[in-house]
Design a protein around this ligand. Sequence first.
Ligand code: ATP
Ligand code: MG
Length: 683
Amino acid sequence: MRTASLALALALALQSAYSFSFPAVHSQRVCGVTGASSLPSFRCNAVGSSKTFLKSSKNWEFDHQASLTPKYWGDLARKNLDWFKDFSITTSGGFESGDVKWFEDGQLNACYNALDRHILAGKGDKVAIIYEADEAGDVTEMTYKQTLDRVSQIANMMKSEGVKKGDVVTVYMPMTPDVILTMLACARIGAVHSVVFAGFSEDAIADRIAAANSKFVFTTNVGLRGGKTIKLKQTVDNAIAKDRAKAIVEKVFLFKRTEEEVNFVEGRDIWADELLAKQSTTCEAEVMDAEDPLFILYTSGSTGSPKGILHTTGGYSLYAMHTTKTSFDLRDDDIYACVADAGWITGHTYICYGPLLNGATTTVFESTPLYPDEGRYWDMVERLKINVFYTAPTAIRSLMRFGDESPKKYDLSSLRVLGSVGEPINPAAWDWYHNVIGGGKATVVDTYWQTETGGHVACNLPGIHVAKAGSCRGGTYGIDMGILDAQTGEEQVGNDVDGVLVIKKPWPGMARTVLGDHERFMTTYLKPYPGNYFAGDGARRDEDGYIWVTGRTDDVINSSGHRIGSAEVESALVATDEVAQAAVVGFPHDIKGEGIACYVTLNNGVEMSDDMKKSLKMAVRSSIGPFATPDMIINAPALPMTRSGKIMRRILRKIAGGENEFGDTSTLADPSCVPVLVENARN
Ligand code: ATP
Ligand code: MG
């Protein structure tokens, strides 16, 4: 489907290709990838004219082919990780049987690899963590040595209170370094962390405690976010008061973020700061089998009830490390900032494990993009001289609404790589990110992946691929990505095809199971298209071989026989001057089969009216074609978002279809927008 919005995307892509012909921000660094001995040496070729890009592109294909072998991962694992015991089997099992394993007879420890290994290599005084607290400019740095000391103390404290290898530890903490250190301390002693995003309700915590039979909980008296105090301990107390959690929880480790007093249950609660201060700063790292669980983490719940995804030690660590290095072209002296929350997979892989396994400097950001004002990210970029910045399109769009003045106040010239994650980035947001934030020079890397994939599975690699705005390009190292016909399962080879997105070969970072429900793992991911991992997303491969994620397969709208990707209609709407955010869904329609309902959040100061509705319908019609003309434009002052910032389209479908029952809404950030949308959909 050729469309004006894609034409815009291509125009932007050309712009981006063009930017390669100028010296990059840090031109002296363009060719060097410090310490990246595992990376191909041809990457420098990509920086220059489009001619050299084509050359590197051929090299990329060669290199990518080589990465689709177990040998590639075996070599990398031996080179970049320290093993207590080498492995003899690189990989075994498969998609059909649902028993994929990597490095199964090898032994290692993820925390040892993230901290000790770098200290032993002489990097003990390097800054591991920069903590940007809630108040702008309240910054603390921790070296690798200081980080290991505190991690060891937390680990020793856990052991002294009876936490053992294999126990599941629930972590409900704010974004201070302690959440990262607690995860690492769990890894150090072989406990399995289950981090619950600190915005979740007591019910969500109780469910996760019960599902994992988690006897230990880590929390903080309160959290601080955007100047507000969040009563975390109280929520934990309420969660544990519920029958399903009460009988399970034995100990609650309690950190202090402020001096605020909270309820303290004698015999169960432990003041963590006091107890760990008494602990030794030495704690031997537990010897773990490569396939021992590292953590449990729930998906966002966008499409149904959240799935408790299990990741294991060896494969996940290697994959987190390698994708952080390659997707962001991470360099040894980079200041790296991923502003996600530790409670999501992005926080696990790209704040904690990925950067630290690479010996990099990672930032822990406690605040919000709007505190004290909409310039917070850019102020932080200027102060900390951030080189690699990673956020989500939803954040970019919400900041775009305020215009260009705010970012223009700050010196953003340190930025070299700008990552995007969570949903397709629409061309208008891509353009703003690239030009206004990245000064037209920083590379926008669109990273496509899932909680289940452990790390990026598709992206444009900086210095190797030319970016196209809105496309995640294709499979990264080790990822054999394919597009299948949704009905027949037949592979759609060649370009200019669409269908469902699959991965054709196991990769080290893939989830091994859904907690307590291996059958759900099989039926969701491995059985729909036997021999493939099914991502649940639809995709199109364009004439250049670039992959465009068109949305969840459930989100493809079939209107009068046309298959219309929700992402495409959303892009057309957001490209207008009036729309800040859009969510498009299908709903049952007597004549067309499915009608197109567009929920739009208008820019500040723009009012919804009948004329506005008409003009937005026209914008989609002229951008995509008459067959995509929306049936409904619904004013959406706010959209139902999951707490990880994704639009819960299944609710929007139900509203547009006139239903009143909305299913599992436990991961919804703010349910109060739902009745407003129900009302607006009727008008
Ligand atoms: P659930 O699986 O519970 O419905 P979820 O899929 O939203 O929730 P996540 O693992 O947080 O849970 O999100 C992964 C999904 O996010 C992907 O399957 C895809 O639909 C979307 N996604 C992530 N990154 C991108 C991207 N760069 N481009 C397009 N889509 C993306
Ligand atoms: Mg999903």
